[in-house]
Design a protein around this ligand. Structure first.
Ligand SMILES: NC(=O)c1ccc[n+]([C@@H]2O[C@H](COP(=O)([O-])OP(=O)(O)OC[C@H]3O[C@@H](n4cnc5c(N)ncnc54)[C@H](OP(=O)(O)O)[C@@H]3O)[C@@H](O)[C@H]2O)c1
Length: 290
């Protein structure tokens, strides 16, 4: 019997050691424990894209995740994918997080999360001259007020527990506003200003609030945005996407799993000193130093 076989047989005889071995070698080598096992997370806009990336990354760390999105079928698929990892319990809530009823439904299932990830679909692009008051209210509801309301509903329990991690998915447009995304620029800047102040108020309680700013990540939303932008310029979508990649120093779009990994890190026990930050994930596309 080789020494490797002997070690394996020894490890198999000790359940704890065998569990650790499997964790490191069959689910990908883990060298950092984020100390999140057993925590609960409420993740909005989580049936696909960046929200799903966050949910999967947190579940891999043993966090019990509650996923919110509007379409039941997509949620069922997302739950099946995360359950297949076998690492954490998964709950789903089909609800529109931009509405008070939707938020109440989400909080009924996960009333006191240790981790809150706020997220919703981005507002429509367009010429600001054509935006109506209703367009503005819809954008504010989805990308600013719903996040603030969820924070208001959950933060006091986090303070009492002396642990809380809030991550808001905003946009690279907070640092470099994009003309046709006026609704998004306005709503997200409002959320950024609000949480900047609140983060400092709650930091002493080991409750952190940070914003993750996606550049171009390969999601449904990006495909739709690119198709519309290509059509507006009379270009083929593929040619447009190729040109878009050419503008990114990393020469590729981001992977939602990378976004999720950054989110999980920001939620870890080790990051209690990182708060009130706007962290850009864009493959180097933003050209400034700060
Ligand atoms: N991907 C990028 O490159 C990029 C860049 C900058 C900013 N962003 C912003 O990041 C956010 C996430 O983008 P993404 O690319 O992950 O989008 P995505 O692929 O379209 O996924 C959006 C997710 O949110 C859910 N959702 C949308 N509106 C919702 C609502 N009102 N209530 C509950 N769930 C809702 C969707 O499911 P249902 O439709 O079933 O509800 C889906 O699960 C958006 O605000 C987007 O504008 C993305």
């Amino acid at each position: 019997m080789s020494s490797v076989t002997l070690i394996l047989k020894f490890a198999q005889s000790m359940p704890q050691l065998w569990g650790e071995f499997q964790n490191r070698h069959t689910r990908g080598a883990k060298t950092v424990d984020l100390h999140l096992h057993g925590k609960r997370a409420l993740i909005c806009g989580a049936s696909r894209g960046l929200g799903y990336g966050c949910a999967e990354a947190l579940a891999r760390e043993g966090v019990a995740v509650t996923l919110v999105a509007r379409r039941q079928e997509d949620l069922d698929q997302a739950r099946a994918k995360i359950e297949a990892l076998g690492s954490a319990p998964v709950q789903i809530v089909a609800a529109d997080i931009a509405t008070a009823e939707g938020r109440a439904a989400a909080l009924a299932v996960c009333p006191t999360p240790d981790i809150l990830v706020t997220n919703a679909g981005g507002p429509k692009p367009g010429d600001f001259r054509n935006f109506t008051r209703e367009d503005w209210i819809a954008a504010l509801d989805a990308n600013m007020l719903s996040a603030i309301d969820l924070i208001k509903s959950t933060i006091d329990a986090m303070i009492a527990a002396r642990f809380g991690r809030i991550v808001n998915i905003t946009s690279g447009a907070v640092k470099s506003p994009i003309g046709v995304l006026g609704l998004s620029n306005g709503a997200r800047a409002g959320l950024t200003g609000f949480v900047g102040g609140l983060a400092r108020e709650v930091a002493a309680h080991n409750v952190t609030i940070n914003n993750l700013l996606p550049g171009q990540f390969d999601t449904e939303r990006l495909k739709t945005t690119h198709a519309a932008a290509a059509a507006a310029r009379g270009m083929e979508t593929d040619a447009y996407r190729k040109a878009a990649i050419g503008m990114i120093p990393a020469r590729r779009f981001g992977d939602p799993a990378e976004f999720g990994a950054a989110c999980a890190f920001l939620c870890s026990a080790q990051t209690g000193f990182i708060t009130g930050q706007n962290i850009l994930l864009d493959g180097g596309q933003f050209p400034g130093l700060l």
